[in-house]
Structure formats: structure tokens, C-alpha cells
Design a protein around this ligand. Structure first.
Ligand code: TPP
Ligand code: MG
Length: 356
């Protein structure tokens, strides 16, 4: 099956071009955008890990290593499209215009953090695995029914493809030709479970055959390949051809979340080698150097700007009014049950607070 789904690559790990398909997409302005956004989200990711270590936010899910997959997709979207991220896709959400303060609030356990800026159709990060897949099929179908040209992108991991929701969602999207791009980041682990222990399929892309939709396998660390295939899939969606399944083959360098210890289940030496061999930022840097458009002063400048933006967001997150502990009971059901009311009363008594 891997023969049927070869990995599409435009730029190899040394930054050399291996497919001429990139020609129309590569303008200096666009490449600089790819690179600056990858730096920006990597800096945010690293900062978030240190905030968690200092007890300033809660558990955090890092995405380092997956920047090309997230930036390449987010930049291919149009502003009226929908985004359905998981807990690991806030890099994509940032690039699509989410507020950094709210992303940090989310990781601080605040429901306010789920709210995107006005007019941005970004769903709250899906923590229950694969539940966003049918949601995206439905939201995209609604756009089609309304006669718009808007599409949806739905992110999910390799592990999510073992859930029923994945199959229900893809089936619905295929039958109703929902304009949705199913973007799988195959980082090769579902927490500690390697893909080889989770499925017998040689690829994830081949699962598209069952639903008779296009399936594409790409190098997820090659931002050019990610952008090109996402743009093509979005175009098919907008012109009524329905969904596409993209398998973006990548790797997470760090832990599953800050509550995980990857040394227990994988060889860290191997991970360090993979970083040198596949780092999406290093690869684009090499390409830019080959082209003579890499400029140290420009890189320093984008790092300084990203750092100031991130520091300001941290400050806003920390200045945000503290949480009302009662809200954890408020959104369980539309109308609270008597058991929830009772728990709320007892909890507030326990902590010496008052019900709203
Ligand atoms: C329905 C459901 N089952 C189990 C979990 C626990 N869980 C959280 S993350 C995860 C692994 C998901 O792996 P994958 O889909 O590959 O995404 P990745 O974390 O690698 O980005 C699991 C099993 C969950 N959140 N939801
Ligand atoms: Mg995974």
C-alpha cells in the first residue's frame, strides 16, 4: 500500500528542491511568511512549556516538530473557512488568527480561552479524540447547503483514525460531499503507543479508499508540500468535489504533554537524530541559504517581534480576572440536574465561596 501512496515531497531535508511543482508558490514574501510563522509558533510552544514548569499554566501539549504541518495548512485557508483543531494544533490556530492570550487561558483551564476572535470560525480544541471529525463534516456540509464557497479543515492524529468518529465522519463527508479537508498529522505515536501497535494499515492515506475520496500522503516537515496539497484539497472542496484525506508524516520531538515522560517508551537518542534529519525550520533555513535570501538581521528581528508578542500575551493571561470556581458545574448540562446543583452547593461550602 505504501507504493500506492508515495510520500509527496517538494523540498528534501537539505533544502534541495526535488519537485518542480513548487514554482508557482514560492515567492520571497510567502517563504518569509512560512519561516516567520514557524519561528513564532515554536517560540510560543517553548515558552508555554516553561510556563507550565513554573506553575503559571496547567498541563500543556507541545507540537515542536509539527510546525510545517500547522503553518502550511493554516496559511492555505481563506479567512472565512472553518478550523477544527485538537489540543496539539494551537500553532495552526495562532497562524489562522486566534488570540495568544486566549490560547494561554485555555491551557490555564479557563473556558474563556475557547473563544476565538470575532468572525473567526475556530472550534475549541478537541480533547476527546476524533470528536471534531463528524463536527467538521457537518459544519462544512452546512456551508455547502448555504451555497457559500467556504471550506473546513479538520486536524487529528494517527491515534484518532482508530476511533469510530473518524469512520463516521469520513463516510458522512464523502456521501454528502462536505467541503472539508481531513488533515492527519501522523506523528507516529498516540501517547506511548507507536503506530505499528495500533493499526495494521501501512499508511493512513489508504483509509481514503474505503470512502472513495482522494487520499494523499505528504512529507509533513516540508512546508511547501503541506501548503501545496492543502491548497489543492481546499480547491476541490470549494468546487464541489467533496473531502480529501491528507496524511502528513511527521514527528513530535517532545513529550505527549507536560504530564508525560517519553523516555519511558522511546529512545531519546533516536528522537535527537530525527530532529537533525527532519526539523522543518532547519530545512527551510537551508533552502533560504541556498537561494541567498536568508538574512540574519531579519531573523533576529522576527524573533524579537515574536518574543514581545508572546510576553504581552502572557501578561494579559496573568492579568485576567481569576476564575469563579462555580463555573465548572455550569456547562455540564444546558439545565443543571439536581445532582450537579448539590455538588455545586457542597463544593462552594467546602471552599467557603458563594453560589452565583
Ligand atoms: C475518546 C478519547 N479516548 C482517549 C483519550 C486519551 N488520549 C488523549 S491523547 C491520546 C492519544 C491520541 O493520539 P493521536 O490521535 O495520535 O494524537 P497526538 O496526541 O499524537 O497528536 C489519547 C488516547 C481521549 N482524550 N479521548
Ligand atoms: Mg499521534
Amino acid at each position: 500500500m505504501d507504493n500506492l501512496f508515495p510520500i509527496f515531497q517538494v523540498m528534501d531535508q537539505n533544502g534541495n528542491i526535488v519537485s518542480e511543482e513548487h514554482k508557482y508558490l514560492v515567492t520571497e514574501e510567502r517563504v518569509k511568511k512560512f519561516f516567520s510563522e514557524m519561528i513564532r509558533i515554536r517560540m510560543f510552544d517553548r515558552k508555554s512549556i516553561s510556563l507550565q514548569r513554573q506553575g503559571r499554566i496547567g498541563t500543556y501539549a507541545p507540537f515542536e516538530g509539527q510546525e510545517a504541518s500547522q503553518v502550511g495548512t493554516a496559511l492555505a485557508l481563506k479567512s472565512d473557512d472553518w478550523m477544527f483543531p485538537t489540543y496539539r494544533d494551537h500553532g495552526a490556530a495562532m497562524v489562522f488568527g486566534h488570540s495568544l492570550r486566549n490560547i494561554l487561558l485555555f491551557w490555564n483551564g479557563r473556558n474563556e480561552g475557547c473563544v476565538p476572535p470575532d468572525g473567526k470560525k475556530i472550534f475549541p480544541p478537541a480533547i476527546p479524540i476524533a470528536t471534531q471529525i463528524p463536527h467538521a463534516a457537518g459544519a462544512a456540509f452546512a456551508e455547502k447547503q448555504k451555497g457559500t464557497k467556504n471550506a473546513a479543515i479538520c486536524y487529528f492524529g494517527d491515534g484518532a483514525t482508530s476511533e469510530g468518529d473518524f469512520h463516521e465522519g469520513l463516510n458522512f463527508a464523502s456521501v454528502f460531499k462536505s467541503p472539508v479537508v481531513y488533515f492527519n498529522q501522523n506523528n507516529q505515536y498516540a501517547i506511548s503507543v507507536p503506530i505499528s501497535k495500533q493499526m495494521n494499515s501501512a499508511t493512513i492515506a489508504q483509509k481514503a479508499i474505503a470512502y472513495d475520496i482522494p487520499g494523499v500522503r505528504i512529507d509533513g516537515n516540508d512546508v511547501f508540500a503541506v501548503y501545496l496539497e492543502t491548497e489543492r484539497a481546499l480547491e476541490r472542496a470549494r468546487t464541489g468535489e467533496g473531502p480529501t484525506l491528507i496524511e502528513s508524516v511527521t514527528w513530535r520531538y517532545g513529550a505527549h504533554t507536560t504530564a508525560d515522560d517519553p523516555t519511558k517508551y522511546r529512545d531519546q537518542g533516536d528522537s535527537a537524530v530525527r530532529r537533525m534529519e527532519t526539523d522543518p525550520l532547519l530545512r527551510l533555513e537551508r533552502w533560504m541559504k541556498n537561494e541567498g535570501i536568508y538574512d540574519e538581521a531579519w531573523v533576529k528581528d522576527i524573533e524579537a517581534k515574536a518574543s514581545a508578542e508572546i510576553d504581552a500575551a502572557v501578561q494579559e493571561m496573568e492579568d485576567f480576572p481569576s476564575a469563579d470556581p462555580a463555573v465548572i458545574f455550569d456547562y455540564v448540562f444546558e439545565k443543571p440536574t439536581w445532582t450537579i446543583e448539590k455538588q455545586k452547593r457542597e463544593y462552594l461550602e467546602l471552599i467557603g465561596g458563594e453560589a452565583k
